[in-house]
Design a protein. Structure first.
Length: 271
C-alpha cells in the first residue's frame, strides 16, 4: 500500500511539474509573439506612430519642476517635423509619421542601469523597466501610446552632463535624460529622437570608445568631397565629423538626417 501511495504521489508531482512547464512555455511564447508583433506594428508606417512623452523631475529641484509645468506637445514639434521631413525623403507618403502626446508627470524614477551591469544585469534592468513602465505610464484614461518615452529633466545649474539615455525595442520604452532649460530644448529633441529611433530598432552608428561617427554609416554625406567638415549629422551617430579627429553635437534637428542604414533598420527603406 505504502509503495502504491508513494508512486501515486510522484506521479502527481510529475503532472504538476509538466503543468508548470507548460504554463511557462505559454508565457514565453506569448512574450515572443507580443514582442515581434510590437516590432512589426511600430514600423509599419501606415498610420502615425503614437509616442507618449512622460515628463519626470529627475533631481526634485524647483527649476526642473517649473520647466516641466510649462511643457506642451509644441515643445517637441521639431521631432514631428524631423520625422516627417526624413520619412518623405524615403518616399513615405504618411503626412505625419508621429502623433506625439505629452502625458501628466510621472512621480516615480525609473530603474537605473549602471555602466558595468554586464549582460545579466542589463537583462534584469530591462525586465524591471518593463514592470516600471507598466506600473507608471498612467495615461489618465486616455488611450495608451505605442511608444512610451520617459523624459527626465535635470536642473542645468546642478550638473555638467546628464546620465546616459536608453531606448529599448523590447517593450517600446525610452528613458531619456535632458536639461530642463528652454536654451537646451533643441538639443534635448536630438537626444529624444535618437532614443525614439532605438525603440524602433535603429542601432548606434558611432565608436563607443571615442564617440566619433562610424564611416560611412554614421556620416550624413559619406560621398562628399572633401569629406570634412560634414555639415549635417546622422541621427544615430549623434555627432557630425568636422575633421578626422573632431566631432560636434548638432544644435537642433534641422541639420540632422536619417541615414540609409538607419532607414533600413526602421523599415523606411529596403536593404
Ligand atoms: Zn544610442
Amino acid at each position: 500500500m505504502e509503495g502504491n501511495s508513494a508512486a501515486a504521489l510522484s506521479g502527481c508531482a510529475i503532472v504538476w511539474r509538466n503543468i508548470r512547464i507548460f504554463i511557462l512555455l505559454i508565457v514565453l511564447l506569448w512574450a515572443a509573439v507580443h514582442t515581434s508583433f510590437e516590432r512589426f506594428g511600430s514600423t509599419r508606417w501606415k498610420d502615425p506612430l503614437w509616442v507618449g512623452i512622460f515628463p519626470i523631475n529627475a533631481d526634485g529641484t524647483a527649476a526642473a519642476q517649473s520647466y516641466i509645468d510649462g511643457i506642451t506637445a509644441e515643445n517637441f514639434g521639431d521631432i514631428n517635423e524631423f520625422m516627417g521631413r526624413e520619412a518623405h525623403r524615403y518616399g513615405k507618403s504618411l503626412a505625419k509619421p508621429l502623433y506625439l502626446v505629452v502625458y501628466p508627470q510621472v512621480r516615480t524614477l525609473p530603474p537605473t542601469l549602471s555602466r558595468d551591469a554586464g549582460i545579466l544585469g542589463t537583462v534584469w534592468w530591462s525586465l524591471k523597466l518593463r514592470w516600471y513602465a507598466w506600473r507608471n505610464a498612467d495615461t489618465h484614461g486616455r488611450a495608451s501610446p505605442h511608444v512610451r518615452m520617459f523624459v527626465l529633466f535635470h536642473d542645468p545649474s546642478t550638473l555638467q552632463t546628464v546620465p546616459d539615455s536608453h531606448g529599448m525595442q523590447k517593450g517600446l520604452i525610452g528613458v531619456t535624460h535632458v536639461f530642463g532649460s528652454q536654451r537646451m530644448a533643441r538639443t534635448n529633441s536630438v537626444v529624444i529622437a535618437h532614443e525614439l529611433l532605438h525603440t524602433l530598432g535603429a542601432t548606434d552608428k558611432y565608436d563607443y570608445a571615442t564617440g566619433a561617427p562610424l564611416f560611412p554609416i554614421g556620416f550624413a554625406e559619406p560621398a562628399r568631397k572633401p569629406l570634412y567638415p560634414q555639415d549635417e549629422t546622422e541621427i544615430m551617430a549623434g555627432r557630425r565629423a568636422v575633421s578626422a579627429q573632431r566631432a560636434e553635437m548638432p544644435e537642433g534637428l534641422d541639420t540632422v538626417v536619417v541615414g540609409p542604414a538607419t532607414a533600413v533598420e526602421i523599415r523606411w527603406a529596403k536593404r
